[in-house]
Design a binder for this molecule. Structure first.
Ligand code: UD1
Length: 331
């Protein structure tokens, strides 16, 4: 096989799913995670090094010791309201650390860089639909911190041999269909996660933030993508770069969306019992609708999602949540 892949943030939700798929594909991975929000036992393949992705000495050493052709960079903070309250935490971890990591990559001659970005870079796009050409206008420090990293990557690639793929994630949900790993973030804010926590009794209720949006049922609409399909996009990006593809930026979503009410109806259906749902005011900074134009990722990478089905997404999220409650009860 030869070249190895350095995965930062590989003990987190999306990174751990990508590592599992890379391991299953026979790739050799080195995982760097400071375990501030990740979990050691979510890393199913490769060597785990505990440390920061912005630690130049450590990263420089890892790149020198291993024959790494590709870096996949997941390590980041990602809670939007927290980013509003503590902007420097986000610019420090997401932007400054990425800068240090990129410097190490440049010094070590790393060829490929795959970067976890976000639809939050678009802010509130017109009509709620974002193509990769839609102007970026983040409305919170989280989105801005990721966009600044995109710019650094773009500018570095322009003057070096580094090639990159930027993946702008839409709303990620679900878990490993075999139930080995899933989302474990405490104090989760994501809708499907919150609703599943309510279903297993970890929360008393689920709130609908805003029922007066200009959408068919008045609630927010999002493009929910299963984490397995999102993880697959990283392997497709890797293949694309290794075959000599040019640096690019792609949206990761299915190209259609569901409202908050549709999601909650599905959680209740799959759970087989009603949830306690309360209607509340709009949450600050939420766009009414955010859907990916996902043409480019299919065309460039030949990405073919397998789980574009809300029922499947909710089932896998709920199964994982049930398992997680068992694990937590035993601990
Ligand atoms: C998520 C991502 C963000 C990304 C965006 C892309 C995180 C933390 N956020 O944010 O990075 O840019 O997707 O679309 O990864 N809602 C409720 N009740 C709840 C929780 C949410 O009604 O308890 C509603 C929200 O108002 C929104 C929808 O559900 O309309 C989705 O919200 P959420 O799951 O929090 O994701 P985003 O805010 O879209």
């Amino acid at each position: 096989m030869g070249k190895k892949i350095l995965v930062t943030g590989g003990a987190g939700y999306i990174g751990s799913h990508v590592i599992r798929q890379l391991g299953e594909a026979g790739e050799d991975v080195v995982v760097l995670d400071n375990l501030c929000t990740g979990f050691r036992d979510s890393v199913l393949y490769g060597e785990l090094v505990v440390g920061n992705s912005g630690d130049r000495e450590l990263v420089g050493r890892l790149l020198a010791e291993h024959d790494i052709d590709t870096v996949m960079h997941f390590a980041a903070h990602l809670v939007v309201p927290e980013s509003v309250e503590q902007p420097l935490k986000y610019y420090g971890n997401n932007t400054c650390n990425t800068r240090n990591l990129l410097q190490c990559c440049q010094e070590a001659g790393v060829r490929n860089f795959i970067f976890s970005s976000t639809a939050a870079t678009y802010g509130i796009p017109e009509e709620g639909l974002a193509t990769e050409e839609t102007p970026t206008a983040p409305i919170n420090p989280y989105g801005a911190s990721k966009l600044m990293s995109e710019w650094m990557l773009r500018d570095l690639s322009a003057v070096s041999d580094l090639k990159h793929v930027i993946l702008r994630y839409f709303n990620v949900a679900g878990s490993d269909p075999e139930g080995r790993i899933g989302q474990r973030t405490p104090n989760a804010t994501l809708l499907i996660k919150v609703a599943c926590e309510a279903a297993v009794g970890k929360r008393e209720k689920v709130s609908i933030f805003g029922t007066d949006y200009p959408t068919p049922d008045g609630t927010g609409v999002r493009d929910y993508i299963h984490v397995e399909d999102l993880a697959r996009a990283h392997l497709d990006a890797l293949e694309y770069l290794r075959k000599g593809g040019d640096s690019t930026l792609v949206n990761c979503g299915y190209g259609h969306g569901y409202s908050v009410r549709e999601v909650l109806d599905m959680v209740q259906k799959v759970h087989g019992a009603p949830l306690c749902i309360v209607e509340e005011e709009r949450r600050a900074g939420d766009p009414p609708r955010l859907i990916a134009d996902a043409t480019r990722i299919r065309r460039l990478f030949g990405w073919r999602p397998q789980y574009d089905d809300l029922e499947f997404i909710v089932k896998s999220a709920l199964e994982w949540e049930r398992k997680l409650s068992e694990i937590e009860t035993m601990a």
